[in-house]
Design a protein around this ligand. Structure first.
Ligand code: GDP
Ligand code: GDP
Length: 473
C-alpha cells in the first residue's frame, strides 16, 4: 500500500537560449527531491523526477525543439520533442523577457494552441522585479493567457511557477496503490510487446482500468496468474500503433519514461534476430536510473535456428556486453509462437521486485562490508587512505546503502563497483539495481578534532575497524 506515481509529466518548451536548462537546474536547486542524484547511465538524460509539495512529476527539457529551419521540423529529435508535448500534462512555454516576442515564439504558440494543451506562459530573464509588468505585457499577444514573469538565474518566482504547475496537475495523479505488481513491458517497436502482453493476459484478463485524469489515455490491465494479481502498465500505449504524424519514428521515449516510472518492474523486450540497439540501451538506462527492478526478455526465440544452450549463452554474453550497466537483470528467452517460458515473466518479475524491496540488517551488512574492506581496502589517493568505518541500508526500491568513511571523496567509482559486486555475491539482489553512496563519517571527524584538541586522552590509533566503530555507535 502507498502512493503510486501516475507519471504526471511537465514539458519545458521554448526556443534555444531562453533559459530552459537554467530553469530545470533551478528546480534542482529548489531542493525538489531528485529521486536519483547519481549521474545517469544515459548521457542524454533530459528528464528529472521531481517532488513539490505532495505532488510528484517528471520534468522534461525539450531542448531539441528548434524551429529555426523549416527542414529541421522533421528530425527525430524534434519528433521526440513533439511527442513529449503530446504526452505532457502541463507545458511550461518559456520565452525571453529581455529579447521580447520573437517570430518563432508565435510559431510555437500556434502549435500549442492547436494542441489544446494546458500551457503556462513563463517570461524568463525578468531579473528586475520592478519591470515585471512592462516585461510581460507584450507576450499577451501569444494568446496563451497571463504571461508569468520569472528569473531563473535570480530564482525570482521559480517557487511560484512550481506552485502553478502543481495546481494544474490532477490530484488523482497519485492513487492508492492496490495490492498488485505493476509490470511495464517496454522496448523498441516490432519486438513483440503487444503479442507478449496479449498472451500474458490471455483469458486471465480481469478488468481494464481506465485511469482518468492526468494520464487520460493510459490504460492498465489487471490480470491474475497462479492466484497473484498483476497489472500490466499502459497496455494502450503498447498497442497503439504508428501515428502517421510522426512518420517512421513511432517509438516515444517519453511514453516509455512514463510507463517505467509507474511500474514496479520493467520488462525490456528485445528481438532475438536483432542486435541490441542504442534505443534499447537508452530504455535500459532509464530503468536503471529510476531504480526499477528489471528483466530482459529475448523474444522471437523460435526464429533462432540453433537453440542449444551454447547459443543462449552467446546471446546472453552479447546482451550483457551491450547492456553492461544492467548486468543484474535476468535474461529470459521467449516466443509468443511456442509460448515457451513466456509465463515465467510473472514469477521472475515478482522475484525481481522482492529483491528491489529487500532490506539487509545493519549487522549483517557490516559483517560483509568488514570482510570486503579487510580483503581489499580502498586504495590511497593523494597520500591519504580513506578508512571505511561502517555502512547501512537507508532505503529500498532500489536498495540503497551508505558507506561511512574518512575522505569519502577519495573512494572512487571502481571501488564502489567492487563493493557492489561483493554485496551481490553475498546477498543476491538479482533483478534490481543497487545504489552505494559515500558519506563522511562525522562522528569520527569530531572525535579526531576532539583528540587533536587534547580532550580525547586515550591516544588510540586513528585506525578503527568496522566493529569498533559500530560498538561506539
Ligand atoms: P536553453 O537553451 O533554453 O536551455 O537556455 P539556457 O538555460 O542555456 O540559458 C541561455 C542563456 O540565458 C544562458 O547564458 C543563461 O545564463 C541565460 N539565462 C537563463 N536564465 C536567465 C535569467 O533569468 N536572467 C538572465 N539575465 N539570463 C538568464
Ligand atoms: P510490438 O511493436 O513490440 O508490440 O510488436 P508486435 O507484438 O506487434 O509484433 C511485431 C511482429 O512480430 C508481429 O508480426 C508479430 O506477429 C511478430 N512476433 C511477435 N512475437 C513473436 C515471436 O515470438 N516469434 C515470431 N516469429 N514472431 C513474433
Amino acid at each position: 500500500m502507498g502512493k503510486v506515481n501516475q507519471g504526471a509529466l511537465v514539458a519545458i518548451v521554448g526556443r534555444p537560449n531562453v533559459g530552459k536548462s537554467t530553469l530545470v537546474n533551478r528546480f534542482v536547486g529548489e531542493r525538489i527531491a531528485i529521486v536519483d542524484d547519481q549521474p545517469g547511465v544515459t548521457r542524454d538524460r533530459m528528464y528529472l523526477n521531481c517532488e513539490w509539495g505532495t505532488q510528484e512529476f517528471i520534468v522534461i527539457d525539450t531542448g531539441g525543439l528548434i524551429f529555426e529551419k523549416e527542414d529541421d521540423i522533421h528530425t527525430a529529435v524534434q519528433q521526440q520533442a513533439w511527442m513529449a508535448i503530446d504526452e505532457a500534462d502541463v507545458i511550461v512555454f518559456l520565452v525571453d523577457g529581455q529579447e521580447g516576442v520573437n517570430p518563432v515564439d508565435h510559431i510555437i504558440a500556434k502549435e500549442l494552441r492547436q494542441r489544446k494543451k494546458d500551457v503556462i506562459l513563463a517570461v524568463n530573464k525578468v531579473d528586475d522585479v520592478y519591470t515585471e509588468d512592462i516585461a510581460t505585457a507584450e507576450f499577451f499577444e501569444l494568446g496563451l493567457g497571463n504571461p508569468q514573469p520569472l528569473s531563473a538565474i535570480h530564482r525570482h518566482h521559480t517557487g511560484d511557477l512550481l506552485d502553478n504547475i502543481v495546481e494544474r496537475l490532477d490530484s488523482d495523479v497519485v492513487i492508492e496503490k492496490e495490492d498488485t505488481l505493476r509490470i511495464a513491458v517496454v522496448g523498441k517497436p516490432n519486438v513483440g510487446k503487444s503479442s507478449i502482453v496479449n498472451t500474458l493476459l490471455g483469458e486471465n484478463r480481469m478488468t481494464v482500468s481506465d485511469i482518468s485524469g492526468t494520464t487520460r489515455d493510459a490504460v492498465d490491465t489487471v490480470c491474475k496468474h497462479n492466484g497473484n494479481s498483476y497489472t500490466l502498465v499502459d497496455t494502450a500505449g503498447i498497442r497503439k500503433k504508428s501515428k502517421v504524424r510522426y512518420g517512421i519514428e513511432r517509438f516515444s521515449v517519453v511514453r516509455a519514461i512514463k510507463s517505467i516510472q509507474r511500474a514496479d518492474v520493467v520488462v525490456l523486450v528485445l528481438d532475438a534476430t536483432d542486435p541490441v540497439s542504442e534505443q534499447e540501451q537508452r530504455i535500459a538506462g532509464m530503468a536503471q536510473d529510476m531504480g526499477k527492478a528489471s528483466l530482459i526478455v529475448v523474444n522471437k526465440w523460435d526464429l533462432v535456428e540453433d537453440k542449444s544452450s551454447r547459443t543462449m549463452n552467446e546471446f546472453a554474453d552479447e546482451i550483457r556486453e551491450r547492456l553492461y550497466f544492467m548486468n543484474y537483470a535476468p535474461i529470459l528467452f521467449t516466443s509468443t509462437v511456442t509460448k515457451k517460458r513466456l509465463f515465467s515473466i510473472f514469477e521472475l518479475s515478482q522475484a525481481a521486485s522482492d529483491e528491489n524491496q529487500r532490506r539487509i540488517t545493519t549487522g549483517l551488512f557490516n559483517e560483509v562490508l568488514n570482510e570486503i574492506v579487510a580483503m581489499n581496502p580502498p586504495p590511497a589517493r593523494k597520500n591519504r587512505r580513506p578508512k571505511i568505518t561502517y555502512g547501512t541500508q537507508v532505503s529500498v526500491a532500489p536498495p540503497t546503502f551508505v558507506i561511512f568513511s574518512t575522505y569519502p571523496a577519495l573512494i572512487e567509482d571502481p571501488y564502489l563497483r567492487h563493493i557492489e559486486r561483493r554485496v551481490r555475491e553475498n546477498f543476491g539482489f538479482t533483478g534490481t539495481p543497487l545504489r552505494i553512496l559515500r558519506r563522511e563519517d562525522d562522528k569520527r571527524k569530531k572525535r579526531g578534532q576532539a583528540r587533536r584538541a587534547g580532550q580525547y586522552g586515550s591516544g588510540r590509533s586513528e585506525d578503527m575497524t568496522v566493529d569498533e566503530a559500530r560498538a561506539q555507535d
